[in-house]
Design a protein around this ligand. Structure first.
Ligand SMILES: [Zn+2]
Length: 256
């Protein structure tokens, strides 16, 4: 058992005190691209951790930092907990956006009831906030497995759900760096949300990225955060009352 959840809940509840709860009704909408015709693309990376430990892919982090490219990481709560120092360092880079990818990366969150979905989202939010001091407002379902009910639950927590228009498939070792480059340069359209992995599961991702960046730039694309104020995904609200949410979360076990 690593640490208790109670004091963290209290800490975050205090930090969020006074936040305004926005009762905008859920739309059950999965965002798959940015709402723009501009030649922009959002680079996103999943940092999932299910049962096996996962770590941050330093080659990708260093490459994107060296090039000054902004990107979004959809992070699991367990991943944030188990890589706290590196994640805190990552969060100090304003070009990096950190968003919510559930606590334990269940294979299919459609199998969870509403309370279970809520617990996955809120536990991850609290962990990421504790490690980075940042509040998450976007959510990506593990494996993209979602339906109107589960999306509605997540939206009810103040989130927008962001997936992708087409998958890179970079956890597949058979998808070579050349294939990643080729498919990206042929399939990408304005406003696309590209999905790679930054948790060591992107087998050839770091090898492909330099050519992906160069090729898209040559095609006239620039890279933006999902939350870009001009062309990005509009959050449902700036912040929500985590204190209110945590009341509906089941008491998690210490070792989760
Ligand atoms: Zn994932």
């Amino acid at each position: 058992m690593r640490r208790s959840y109670g004091w963290r809940g209290a800490l975050v509840a205090a930090a969020f005190a006074g936040a305004v709860w926005d009762a905008t009704p859920a739309r059950a909408e999965i965002v798959t691209r940015l709402p723009t015709a501009e030649r922009v693309v959002a680079l996103t990376f999943d940092a999932c951790e299910a049962r096996a430990p996962a770590t941050l892919d330093r080659r990708i982090v260093d490459l994107l930092a060296a090039r000054g490219v902004p990107y979004t990481v959809f992070m699991g709560g367990r991943f944030a907990r188990d890589n706290a120092a590196e994640v805190a360092a990552l969060a100090r880079d304003p070009r990096v956006e950190i968003e919510n990818h559930s606590w334990s990366h269940p294979r299919d969150m459609r199998t969870l009831d509403d309370a279970g979905v809520t617990a996955e989202v809120v536990k991850a939010e609290i962990e990421i906030f504790t490690v980075t001091g940042r509040r998450t407002t976007l959510f990506r379902f593990p494996g993209g497995n979602a339906d109107a009910r589960t999306v509605g639950v997540v939206e009810g927590l103040g989130y927008r759900v962001v997936h992708w228009r087409w998958p890179e498939g970079d956890p597949d070792p058979h998808v070579s760096a050349r294939a990643l480059v080729r498919q990206t340069l042929t399939r990408t359209r304005p406003g696309d949300v590209l999905i790679f992995h930054i948790n060591g599961r992107g087998v050839h991702t770091a090898d492909a990225l330099p050519q992906v960046l160069d090729g898209l730039t040559a095609q006239g694309y620039r890279f933006v955060l999902l939350s870009d104020p001009a062309v990005g995904v509009r959050a449902r609200h700036s912040s929500a009352s985590t204190a209110m949410r945590t009341r509906s979360v089941r008491a998690p076990s210490g070792k989760a």
